[in-house]
Write a protein that binds this ligand. Structure first.
Ligand SMILES: [Zn+2]
Ligand SMILES: [Zn+2]
Length: 327
């Protein structure tokens, strides 16, 4: 089969790859769609560590076409979305209910072959049934949304609060829809891209600002979802007393910021981070099926595997919203 393979820095391309077979407890998916995300670009340019070679693709939805021995719950024909994060189940973090912090954390599309290929082998335990009424392709959003759901679990959200979101890509737009549903009445979206600001207004932001005019904000919750150091600093600077900064974007590893501990102390400011989405895949699928997070505003261009390769190595045309490969 043809797959999009990362083979080391500057070597990400479509190439021949063996078709997977189902091991014990695994199913084979006919991949319907696999989303592309900034993490894939970070892997390709060497700024996010991955195995090499590895098939990329960690936002995957498909149909079960074969089941290995020991598979009990899933059947051929089931539509599923994949939780890409695999934990060992045996380390201190796993034993304390935090599998996403596992010392041996593995991830499809990062350390194990992912879904940017027509077929993928996945343990049954990593598969989540797609609710009726939600299109299979739309279910690729369950993974990025599961991360948003986990992030919002980690901060205090209350009705009538004020919030601002820096970075209005897929995560920022889904974050705004969730904040709106949770009763946040004032949500400012911040981005340097006019089309992203327009989309934020469509999904419920009450105001939008260009990045360079975002000083003067004064909010209870500031979400940094862009990965930019300057956004981190303005988000932290925007907090009211008792406020929380949610660190969500993937920053460059060499970025460093300075904070003022006395201000954190005197104003009871909290800095909270979140990483991936443990136990939140089913909630994400239900938010999508219910339309609380509208897949149609988040899904962008459907592309071929070759076009996906171009996007990941930043050589193709610029694309709208969540780009995804279809098979
Ligand atoms: Zn992703
Ligand atoms: Zn573990």
């Amino acid at each position: 089969m043809q797959a999009l393979v990362f083979s080391g820095f500057d070597h990400t391309a479509v190439r021949d790859w063996p078709e997977p077979s189902a091991g014990q407890g695994e199913v084979i998916l006919r991949v319907a769609a696999a989303g592309l995300c900034g993490t894939d670009r970070h892997i390709a340019d060497g700024s996010y560590t991955a195995r090499s070679p590895v098939v990329l693709g960690h936002e995957v939805a498909g149909i079960v076409i074969a089941t290995g021995t020991g598979v009990k719950r899933l059947q051929i024909g089931d539509r599923v979305s994949v939780d890409p994060n695999l934990s060992c189940g045996a380390c201190a973090y796993c034993h304390s209910g935090r599998p996403h912090l596992c010392e041996q954390l593995a991830s499809f599309g990062v350390t194990r072959d992912g879904g940017l290929a027509p077929y993928m082998a996945v343990p049954e335990s990593q598969c989540h049934r797609i609710p009726d009424g939600l299109a299979t392709e739309a279910a690729i959003l369950a993974e990025p949304l599961s991360c948003v759901v986990h992030a919002l679990d980690r901060v205090h959200v209350w009705s009538g609060m004020t919030a601002a979101v820096w970075g209005l890509g897929t995560a920022g737009i889904m974050m705004i829809q969730c904040l709106r549903a949770l009763g946040v009445t004032s949500i400012t979206g911040v981005s340097h891209r006019a089309e992203h600001r327009e989309k934020a207004l469509r999904v419920g932001a009450t105001a939008v600002l260009a990045t360079d005019s975002a000083s003067g904000l004064f909010v209870d919750l500031a979400v940094e979802a862009s990965g930019s150091l300057s956004a981190f600093e303005s988000a932290l600077g925007s907090l009211r007393k008792g406020g929380e900064l949610l660190v969500y974007g993937v920053a460059n590893p060499e970025d460093a910021a300075s904070v003022h501990p006395q201000r954190l102390f005197r104003d009871e400011i909290s800095i909270v981070s979140s990483f991936v989405g443990p136990y939140t895949m089913d909630r994400a699928l239900h938010l999508l099926a219910a339309g609380t997070v509208d897949p149609s505003v988040v899904l962008g261009d459907a592309v071929t595997l070759r076009e996906a390769a171009d996007w990941v190595v930043k050589s193709g045309p610029s694309r709208n919203a969540k780009v995804y490969a279809v098979f």
